[in-house]
Design a protein around this ligand. Structure first.
Ligand code: SIN
Length: 536
């Protein structure tokens, strides 16, 4: 059994399913579990701070008569650069339509054609327009609003806003509880023992200094599972979005790929359209290829820009309101001038190793959403497959949890009173300073970013080791460092380039390495210790 947290004195027992996170996957799973009682651990008020709410593109689904799940699965595998699990791609793409209809029934105002069909956007590496959207570029925001309204109207769901999970309790290979503390940190955590725990707390983009992810999303949930011994898959595969606004904001606002799907082009400061010489699909090449080309322009001092003028004219304002709002804030008129852009960490293909039912390698622990690594995305996620995967695995996990609990637990529909928690301000627990988090993020962008090499990855691992030694008493920071370690260690081990993982010192793909990575935190820490030792 894991050692109790040194300052943990309070234990609560609940028969609610505990869901860690409050994004799209978490909300959808809570609804799927109803009327079984659920307790959601939400660091922010619902709707704030979750990556899903910031998604612009939409949900990839073969809704068109001319399209098929098989074609969608083929595109998913092609984009994934040789490591997509074929059976997972087949299952997820087959279920896509059901989930779009389910969201429609819940009230999501998808954009519709005059004859009642779905308006489809085209995004990179899709062989046809296949992304259902909401109010132009507001898919994430609108779907989240729909789900939040449904959750608020579901009495079986209790939401603990302002709390975060910092650690798991593990007993004989099963996750038996989760320590939670106020999201602001500082107070001693309290242990919540529950019959089932579902992790749906997002990815790792915010571990990088340049990111499109909300500030709360810094690999904490992947790190928490890894520290408890859960197996991690594909951590080296991080997706960098090619077109984040380069306007000095942290996080960097996104300029959706659907703009390029509608004909927007990429130019540099000289006015040259550089993607045509890089890939036959030009601006709609797979995302990793476009990201590296943008990065090269930035590095060469030829500021890359997204030019919507000829393709969209004034329509960019009405059809892409989120992009228009960012432009207005930055003083850019996209009708008259191109938008300055840069790459930014956007999505983590790696995460907690998860089977088709959403089970992790620990009993009683399920995962869905970006924290999971299901094998769908391979080395490079196909655009708008992220929300789709979140929905499919939220339902799969909820169904599996309900089935397992039906064999063991009391009447799932029995009335349950809300769990009451209050945190004492003492004893105070350690909090890593903002400078330590900034150093971690700068290190990840500098050495574990779009282009990597042996020396840089080792230096990143040594820096993480030092930061952890200084500030590892802060559990949330230790979780971030765990995920950073896993990403850098797996990237060091993968001596080839594939999808989102590019090594300057091994730029070719090696067919012998066309497989997924499975790694524990113990293994990653051994790699980190060796790298740190080598540099002393
Ligand atoms: C975008 O709208 O460009 C992002 C979509 C995605 O990341 O899937």
């Amino acid at each position: 059994m894991t050692k109790p947290h040194p300052s943990c004195e309070t234990t609560h027992n609940t028969h609610r399913v505990v869901i860690v996170g409050a994004g799209m996957a978490a909300l959808y799973a809570a609804l799927e579990l109803a009327p079984r009682p659920v307790l959601m651990i939400s660091p922010e008020p619902l709707g704030e701070g979750a990556s899903s709410a910031w998604a612009q593109g939409g949900i990839a689904a073969a809704m068109d008569q001319a399209d098929s799940p098989a074609a969608h699965a083929r595109d998913t595998q092609r984009a994934g650069a040789g490591t997509v699990a074929a059976e997972v791609a087949a299952m997820v793409t087959r279920l896509a339509r059901d989930h779009v209809h389910e969201l429609t029934d819940l009230g999501t105002p998808f954009d519709r054609t005059p004859d009642g069909g779905f308006v489809m956007s085209r995004e990179a590496a899709h062989s046809m327009a296949r992304v259902v959207r909401v109010k132009g570029d507001q898919a994430g925001k609108q779907i989240m609003e729909t789900l939040i309204a449904a959750v608020r109207a579901t009495p079986s769901v209790q939401v603990l806003e302002g709390t975060q999970a910092v650690r798991l309790e593990v007993c004989e290979g099963a996750a038996t509880g989760v320590w939670i503390s106020p999201a602001t940190g500082g107070c001693a955590p309290q242990l919540l023992r529950a019959p089932a725990i579902l992790l749906a707390g997002g990815g790792s983009g915010g571990l990088f200094a340049h990111t499109t992810n909300p500030p709360r999303i810094r690999g904490q949930v992947i790190g928490l599972a890894a520290r408890a011994g859960a197996l991690i898959a594909d951590p080296e595969f991080v997706q960098f979005h090619p077109t984040a606004f380069d306007i000095g904001e942290d996080p960097a606002p996104l300029a959706t790929e659907a703009l390029r799907g509608d004909g927007a082009i990429l130019i540099n400061a000289n006015g040259d359209r550089f993607m045509q010489s890089v890939h036959p699909d030009g601006e709609l090449a797979p995302r990793d290829i476009v990201a590296r080309a943008i990065f090269a322009e930035t590095q060469a001092g030829r500021r890359p820009m997204l030019d919507t003028r000829a393709a969209l004219g004034a329509e960019v304002i009405s059809r892409f309101p989120t992009v228009a709002e960012t432009c207005a804030r930055a003083g850019i008129d996209p009708v008259a001038e191109p938008i300055p852009i840069a790459v930014a960490a956007h999505y983590h293909m790696g995460g907690i190793d998860t089977d088709v039912q959403g089970r992790s390698s620990l009993d009683q622990l399920w995962v869905c959403g970006e924290a999971a690594s299901t094998g769908l995305h391979g080395a490079n996620r196909l655009a708008s497959n992220g929300l789709l995967e979140a929905l499919v695995y939220a339902r799969n996990a909820a169904t599996d949890i309900a089935q397992q609990l039906a064999q063991t637990a009391a009447d799932p529909t029995a009335a349950t009173s809300d769990l009451q928690l209050s945190f004492d301000a003492s004893p105070l627990t350690a909090t890593a300073p903002a400078s330590a988090i900034a150093k971690l993020r700068e290190t990840m962008t500098a050495h574990v970013g779009v282009r990597r090499d042996d020396a840089g990855l080792k230096s990143a691992l040594a820096t993480i080791e030092t930061l952890l030694a200084q500030h590892g008493d802060d559990e949330s920071f230790a979780n971030m460092c765990a995920t950073a370690t896993l990403i850098a260690a797996a990237a060091l081990q993968r001596r080839e380039s594939r999808g989102g993982h590019f090594r300057d010192d091994c730029p070719a793909s090696d067919p012998n390495q066309a497989h997924r990575t499975h790694i524990t935190l113990t293994q990653a820490c051994a790699i980190r210790a060796e790298a740190a030792q080598e540099l002393t």
